[in-house]
Design a protein around this ligand. Structure first.
Ligand SMILES: Cc1cc2nc3c(=O)[nH]c(=O)nc-3n(C[C@H](O)[C@H](O)[C@H](O)COP(=O)(O)OP(=O)(O)OC[C@H]3O[C@@H](n4cnc5c(N)ncnc54)[C@H](O)[C@@H]3O)c2cc1C
Length: 531
């Protein structure tokens, strides 16, 4: 499957393996890290961000693609849209049925609230379903939430909101127990204890997993439980605008993607759990995300007056597939490096310690393939870095890859590449939005009765999330949002429904001379060639 020049490069990698197996690379100093980031990480590339001119983050910078989306017009005409017919009336409306939304739904229902969950695609079609490597929690004897806290803060460049990190690490063991109690099949040792491994930037082995389809296992567990408890879920139904009474959130306008009909949902409290923005393809990067990752929740919350936190920082996963073209940008889990897979350039040399944080790893790969010109060329002219996957079986015994990375092994086998015998080629890919709607530790936002959880929220990961902390974040803050919104709803009377905030936002856009052709939320990415 590899081209002749790639095969030659593989020979150099194999020749250097005995030396590399004895080689120790040390971690970078904080100064080296910062210098590498500033020079090579896409977040720092000139001309790729712009200042917002409208809304709560006016004056702040964000990637051009995100800024354009936030500063866009509604899909609705707020002057004419009919809000007099209420199609759904509920206590808690949850927008987005991934891991965060589903966790919220279960806990809100437990709090006694009537819950309606609406989701853009099929129930389970979400980034959560695609997650591979695992979920962090400090629940081993040699670990503690305090150590976990320090790792999360260090990974985020110490910019993280401390109260959110505190909540994350303290609730983490409960999250694992909760999932296991509902039937999630975690990887275990023969004595029944949970298997845990390292991720980039962790000082202890605290990554819990279900092979390399950990998110799939979590999503299926949550989805079964939501269905078992009879919680109502609308599929193919996207929220396109929030509703307010001027001061509090009172519901949302929904759009049915199958019938093109709009519906009005009135709610006492609303939780936005719409996930990330991978499908914006920032700076033209490929992405790992599912098709619905178009930042819809950010758009509608921003219009309703909620500031964003850390949306000027995007996570590029260092190991996206660079070859074959059919899987370009798809994720190669960090677990491959966690298990000992080394990153190797065209000369057969390592160039960075493999378990640095993701931002630094991605920047170093971009440097190696760009400025240093030591990447491996693909037949279509791309450049990538080898991930020496056969080393995993050499280090841990034959069969380790098939046991611990079965999905990844299958993914490559489909294209005639046996990753137990041949390395795989990688390059950074857009993976995660480090920021999102600003929340507090109770998932509250600037708009009363609106809560946000999961990847759509910002603050907990600071400027860079560590592996395994997002699956954790969606469970911890999904549960917290569900508890808050569920209990809060009991004391709220159904409010007036208005799109006044959208009218005001349109006015502000017009004053700032933003062209009316920009319309959002996108709902789905547009891959048509218009040239
Ligand atoms: C390939 C891959 C591997 C990953 N591996 C890991 C890992 O090993 N460990 C880890 O911690 N993290 C991992 N992550 C990150 C993690 O999986 C996600 O950040 C997390 O699952 C997001 O959960 P969520 O509930 O916030 O969003 P999602 O799971 O994406 O769910 C959001 C839901 O909202 C719906 N939605 C969107 N817009 C609307 C709208 N307008 N109206 C209604 N519904 C809407 C979407 O369709 C989707 O169903 C991975 C991510 C990817 C893509």
């Amino acid at each position: 499957m590899y081209s002749p020049s790639m095969i030659e490069s593989i020979r150099r990698l194999e020749a250097s393996r005995p030396f590399r197996m004895k080689e120790t690379l040390s971690a970078m100093s904080p100064q080296e890290k910062q210098a590498t980031l500033e020079k090579y990480h896409p977040d720092y590339k000139k001309g790729m961000m712009r200042r917002l001119v409208v809304g709560p983050n006016r004056g702040g910078e964000m990637p051009n693609e995100v800024a354009d989306l936030l500063e866009s017009y509604s899909r609705l005409d707020p002057e004419k849209f009919d809000l007099s017919r209420i199609d759904y009336d509920t206590d808690v409306l949850i927008v987005g049925a991934g891991g965060a939304g589903s966790s919220a739904a279960l806990i809100a229902a437990e709090a006694g609230a009537k819950v309606l969950m609406t989701t853009k695609l099929r129930f389970g079609e979400a980034n959560t379903m695609m997650a591979q490597g695992g979920i962090q929690a400090a629940d081993k004897e040699n670990d503690s939430p305090a150590l976990h806290y320090l790792d999360v803060m260090g990974g985020g460049g110490f910019h993280n909101k401390p109260e959110l990190v505190r909540a994350l690490v303290l609730d983490a063991p409960i999250a694992i127990q909760w999932l296991e109690g509902m039937g999630m099949m975690f990887d275990k040792e023969p004595d029944g204890t949970m298997t845990t491994i390292h991720g980039g930037g962790t000082c202890r082995k605290r990554m819990h997993s279900a092979r390399d389809y950990s998110g799939g296992e979590i999503m299926k567990t949550l989805r079964d439980e939501v269905r078992n408890r009879g919680i109502e879920v609308l599929e193919y139904t996207a929220a396109v605008e929030l509703l307010t009474d001027g001061e509090t959130c009172t519901g949302a306008v929904l759009f049915n993607l199958e019938t093109n009909d709009y519906a009005v949902a009135r709610a006492k409290t609303v939780i936005v759990a719409t996930g990330g923005c991978g499908r914006l393809h920032i700076q033209g990067f490929p992405c790992t995300n599912h098709y619905g990752a178009t930042a819809d929740g950010l758009v509608i919350a921003y219009r309703a007056g909620c500031p964003m936190a850390f949306m000027d920082t995007i996570q590029y996963h260092p190991t996206g597939a660079a070859y074959p073209e059919q899987i370009l940008g798809q994720l190669v889990t960090e677990k491959v490096r966690g298990l000992g897979g080394q990153m190797v350039n065209d000369e057969g040399k390592r160039f960075i310690y493999e378990l640095e944080t993701r931002d630094v790893e991605a920047a170093a790969i971009i440097r190696e393939c760009g400025e240093r010109k030591k990447g491996v060329a693909t037949p279509s002219g791309r450049s990538g870095i080898w991930l020496d996957s056969p080393l995993i079986d050499i280090l841990h015994g034959t069969g380790t890859i098939q046991k611990k990375l079965p999905a990844m092994h299958r993914q490559y086998q489909r294209f005639g590449i046996d990753m137990t015998k041949e390395p795989i080629l990688i390059y950074p890919t857009q993976h995660y939005q480090n920021g999102g709607v600003e929340i507090d530790e109770r998932c509250r936002t600037a708009l009363k009765n609106l809560y946000v959880a999961g990847e759509a929220s910002g603050g907990v990961h600071g400027r860079n999330r560590l592996m395994g902390n997002s699956l954790l974040d969606i469970i911890v803050f999904g549960r917290r949002a569900g508890w808050e919104a569920g209990h809060q709803a009991a004391g709220v009377k159904a409010g007036r429904l208005s799109l006044e905030h959208v009218k005001n936002y349109h006015r502000a856009l017009a004053e700032a001379k933003v062209p009316p052709r920009r319309v959002a939320p996108l709902l789905l990415p547009d891959y048509r060639h218009t040239a």
